[in-house]
Design a binder for this molecule. Structure first.
Ligand code: PRX
Length: 650
């Protein structure tokens, strides 16, 4: 049966595609029937200094242990840089576009090799050794990539913290992984404004010191040149320090299962978790998905708009594309600066072939009208991608018709920080597209839908999305807390990796991600734990209790709705609302800014004291007609007050 909005693979793709439908089916079958031989073959796509003899050694039971290519040795920077020197030394590796449209830079693979080598030598000079954790808090400038690759060169584990996070959030991450070296910039530029990265770093280091973590060196890249605070003996100007250093730094031979990086991400409870990825399997998976999902061909100009502070920036701005010898575009700015045409102007300026962004950006641009798009050519584009949150069919159609002029396939890629790479996605030359569906599993990925009792659902069904077997890019543990890893991901449905997402599978076997089923929000494609926002709110002296839920938001996907109970004697006011918003921004960062704050004398609780979030969600959505059973509440009258004072009246 043809659905009204089915977009079949276009004729020209049948010629050009690396993978057509028949190949997809054959490879997929093989990958799930015999993962060992499938991955033995594809594991060879990266260069190993010592070849692996074992492929897959994984268990989702008991203590959970995940090992891929476990006796192989390799180095990520060698794969991303040195390996291309002979054939692509003069090809641009990083094509950098500044926040200011007048600024750009092209860094060839040969130049990249020198930058990475010098930076690695600088880290060594600062005493950084294999296995040490290095925190990177940077704007989107090439030095962020040099820093990450330099860590991999010497076997240090990087922890990149998004530049929009507050000093408190940065400090928490420094302390959690006991990182004594931080790489930052004086300031960053974004949308014509400056971001005080060094100042934030100084504050974070002071906060970390209270937890007995002493940062001993701070490498500072000069970006704006404005005056910043300085601690002699601790702070080092990157430019001065690398000037005399050798561009050659011998790579450390890393075991496939040696840690590569930590990336903190929010969960439904507690503090952000340090997701740990290791070396070999991650790189195999990132590079393979990058090649096939985007149908990447040598010579293509590839642009992923994600910040290096997120996993998309790790796997698909840096490691995947560079491992494949691509030209990867790195953009310092934002989609609407100087105006809403910027993305498409950059596409034309650099003749971008593959473009990968988030639905939130598309929805914002869609709202400002088609003219900003139509006045550009975009004729170089071949593949469009989407990531980070469900893309609503309206935004999908706009992307397809207006941006892509109905000639370019859209790959709606579903994955997570934990998965390391894309798990469910169309392949441009193989998959007929349905707007809003991430379509089919990538090679080696075995998704299952389960009901709340853990029963596996077959055929067309709606349920909780689990993955029942390992793939090489999977996270290995929560840094420093393996028990939390097992509890968070493998205990809800024993023996299965639970993603936290709800999902529907249609009669064609296509997957439709419906969003988180836990207490995790997705605000503008950024993951945010409701518990984190709640704990930021209650750390304010006037707040006694807080409950945070998401509600549908036209541009952000989800907005942050906060119910706040004040201390006795305190009065809610517009001023206090502003104060609380500022407080949350200070505690976490601007991305966690509450959209709505409702002062509520009481919260709906069961007699055992559990907050009934279902009710809070309904009120936040202004859908309180469907509150369901409230008879188990300790004080049902609370609900009337909440409804009467709701902040989101439609
Ligand atoms: O809910 C899913 C949503 O983003 C979550 C993962 O967030 P994060 O770890 O920050 O990684 C984002 C970039 C990979 C998922 O649990 N999500 C991600 N991609 C999609 C998506 N939801 C629907 N469709 C997608 N394509």
């Amino acid at each position: 049966m043809t659905e009204p909005h089915l977009h079949p693979v276009q004729a020209e793709w049948k010629e050009r595609a690396l993978i057509d439908d028949a190949t997809y089916r054959a490879w997929y079958e093989k990958s799930v029937a015999d993962p060992d031989s499938f991955w033995a073959e594809h594991g060879k796509r990266i260069q190993w200094s010592k070849p692996f003899s074992r492929v897959k050694n994984t268990s989702f039971e008991g203590d959970v242990s995940i090992k891929w290519f476990e006796d192989g040795e390799t180095n990520v920077s060698v794969n991303c840089v040195d390996r291309h020197l002979e054939t692509k030394g003069d090809q641009v590796a990083i094509l950098w576009e500044g926040d200011n449209p007048a600024e750009d830079k092209k860094i060839t693979y040969r130049e990249l090799h020198g930058h990475v080598g010098r930076f690695a030598n600088l880290l060594k000079q600062q005493g950084v050794k294999r296995g040490d954790r290095v925190t990177i808090y940077m704007p989107m400038i090439p030095e962020a990539a040099y820093a990450m690759l330099a860590c991999t060169r010497i076997g240090a584990i990087h922890s990149v913290v998004f530049g929009g996070f507050s000093p408190d959030a940065l400090a928490g991450r420094i302390v959690d992984c006991q990182s004594t070296v931080v790489i930052t910039a004086d300031e960053g530029y974004r949308g014509g404004k400056t971001i005080p990265l060094k100042e934030n770093t100084d504050k974070a280091i002071d906060i970390a010191a209270r937890s007995d973590v002493a940062v001993r060196s701070v490498v500072v890249v000069k970006r704006t040149g404005n005056l910043v605070g300085w601690v002699d003996g601790r702070d080092i100007w990157y430019g001065d320090a690398v000037a005399d250093l050798s561009p050659d730094c011998p790579p450390e031979a890393m075991n496939a299962e040696d840690p590569l990086f930590i990336l903190y991400t929010s969960g439904s409870t507690g503090k952000p978790k340090g997701v740990l990825h290791t070396t070999g399997g991650y790189l195999v998976y990132a590079s393979m998905t990058h090649q096939y999902v985007f149908d990447y061909h040598d010579g293509d100009i590839y642009w992923c708009t994600a910040d290096v502070g997120w996993v998309t920036g790790h796997s698909y701005l840096l490691y995947g594309p560079l491992a494949n010898g691509a030209t990867t575009l790195m953009f310092e700015g934002v989609p609407n600066y100087p105006d809403q045409s910027r993305f498409w102007q950059i596409v034309d300026k650099h003749q971008v072939n593959i473009f990968y962004t988030a639905p939130t950006a598309l929805r914002a641009l869609m709202g400002s009208g088609d003219d900003y798009v139509k006045k550009t050519s975009r004729s170089s584009l071949k593949v469009l991608g989407s990531v980070g949150e469900p893309i609503n069919p309206e935004a999908w159609e706009w992307y397809y018709k207006v941006v892509g002029e109905s000639r370019i396939p859209i790959v709606d890629t579903w994955w997570q920080t934990e998965t390391g790479g894309i798990l469910i996605t169309p392949l441009p030359g193989a998959t007929d597209l349905k707007p809003g569906s991430a379509t089919r599993p990538f090679f080696g990925v075995k998704p299952k839908l389960v009901d709340s009792e853990g029963q596996v659902l077959e055929g067309a069904a709606d349920g909780n999305l689990c993955i029942i077997d390992s793939w090489p890019g999977q996270m290995r543990t929560v840094y420093g807390d393996h028990e939390r890893f097992v509890q968070t991901y493998f205990s809800t449905y024993a023996g299965k990796y639970f993603t936290g997402d709800g999902c529907r599978r249609d009669a064609d076997g296509y997957y439709w991600i419906t969003g988180r089923v836990d207490d995790v929000l997705n605000v503008s494609g950024h993951r945010m734990g409701t518990a984190e926002v709640e704990s930021a709110l209650v750390s304010h002296e006037k707040v006694s209790e807080a409950a945070v839920v998401g509600y549908p938001h036209d541009v952000k996907g989800q907005g942050i709705y906060c119910y706040v109970t004040l201390m006795a004697g305190e009065q809610g006011s517009e001023e206090l609302r502003k104060e609380l918003v500022a407080h949350v921004r200070k505690e976490i960062g601007a991305i966690a800014s509450p959209d709505k704050i409702q002062f509520s004398p009481g919260l709906p609780k069961t007699r055992s004291g559990k907050i009934m979030r279902r009710i809070l969600r309904k009120i936040a959505e202004d859908d309180y007609g469907a509150l369901g059973d409230t008879s188990t509440l300790a004080d049902p009258a609370v609900v009337d007050d909440l409804v009467a004072n709701r902040q989101n009246k439609k």
